[in-house]
Design a protein around this ligand. Structure first.
Ligand code: ZN
Length: 80
């Protein structure tokens, strides 16, 4: 759990993470199967700062870790 995960806290976040993961446990960028609960990050398809909504339909799974897609995408989003 990282600090960035604390936008919505506790039970709500855990439920949401599980729902999205259950729907499709693969990373949307590389197709890797991710582990619950610590092998992925919930990513906003449309970033919140670009007007994206904080809802399940605007979230997707990205694998995390040193070489994970979440890290790569976050870097790209920062440049955009
Ligand atoms: Zn990935």
């Amino acid at each position: 759990m990282t600090i960035a995960d604390n936008r919505i806290t506790g039970v709500t976040l855990q439920k949401r993470r599980f729902k999205v993961w259950q729907r499709d446990p693969r990373c949307v960028m590389c197709g890797r199967l991710t582990d619950y609960p610590s092998g992925f990050e919930l990513d906003h398809i449309i970033p919140l700062y670009q007007g994206g909504e904080d809802v399940i339909s605007n979230t997707q799974i990205l694998c995390c870790g040193e070489d994970g897609c979440h890290k790569k995408k976050t870097k790209q989003d920062m440049k955009a």
